[in-house]
Ligand binder design. Structure first.
Ligand code: PEP
Length: 255
């Protein structure tokens, strides 16, 4: 089965709910049906904007897909400040970013935590965008594949082949996130191909259906070369997704 491209904007801790509504509307105006036929387009605003953005998407029949930036793995309970998967499901959230490097590095998320979150997202009928990637030190020490090769199976432990087929994995080298430094398309392809091989070892042919994104300083000028690589099925875009003009240009990389 052909893998449909997916481009998701991760707004991180930016935009009030009013700004988020405007950004969503601006993005929508800049895209047309052909874009959505070719690329699945997602945006991941902060939790406080999800309801407002969802309302706008629904009212205007937009084909923009709603994503969340994080989730807790429990159904409910005494977890002050956390958001349960069922709460996201009720907001028609389609994708949930899990294990972003900022969560792993700044908030101590381990592969085990990421694994619980992936399972919780799947249990609620949503699709995890599970992030992996090496640090600059690891890359320079020649340990990039070792790092990513351990993150992938540990974060996806216990999943069925069917679940892996429907999953999204994002390869985000930490040294490329928010730095303006993008991985060379050949290097990105090499690692994304390695991720697919790793998935194949665990789950066989399901690996050919898993969508694997590249993330790390994607912009309108570098997206086409990245998308031309055979295993790269899309992008997870941070900074450039905050500007609807830039994000629309990234989605329309093929025009
Ligand atoms: C990200 O946050 O996932 C990301 C890739 O950020 P940026 O595009 O700003 O590097």
């Amino acid at each position: 089965m052909a893998r449909k491209n997916l481009i998701v904007g991760n707004w991180k801790m930016n935009a009030t709910h009013l700004e988020a509504i405007q950004m969503t509307q601006k993005l929508h105006y800049r895209l047309d049906p052909k874009d959505f036929d070719r690329v699945d387009v997602g945006i991941a605003p902060p939790f406080t904007s999800l309801r407002s953005v969802q309302t706008v998407i629904e009212a205007d029949h937009m084909r923009i897909l709603l994503a969340a930036q994080n989730v807790h793995w429990e159904e409910s309970g005494a977890f002050t400040g956390e958001i349960a998967p069922g709460m996201l499901e009720k907001l028609f959230v389609r994708y949930v970013i899990v294990g972003h490097s900022e969560r792993r590095q700044l908030f101590g998320e381990t592969d085990e935590v990421v694994n619980r979150k992936v399972k919780a997202v799947l249990a609620h009928g949503m699709t995890p965008i599970m992030c992996v990637g090496e640090t600059l030190d690891e890359r320079e020490a020649g340990l990039a594949t070792e790092r990513v090769g351990s993150q992938v199976p540990a974060s996806l432990r216990g999943l069925t082949a069917e679940q892996v087929a429907g999953l999204v994995v994002a390869y985000e080298p930490i040294w490329a996130i928010g730095t303006g430094r993008t991985a060379a398309p050949e290097d990105a392809q090499e690692m994304v191909g390695f991720i697919r091989d790793t998935l194949r070892q665990g789950w066989g042919g399901a690996a050919d259906e898993t969508r694997i994104l590249y993330g790390g300083s994607v912009n309108p000028g570098n997206i086409a070369a990245l998308m031309a690589k055979k295993d790269i099925d899309g992008g997870l875009v941070g900074g450039a997704s905050l500007d609807p003009d830039k994000f629309a240009a990234i989605v329309r990389y093929w025009v």
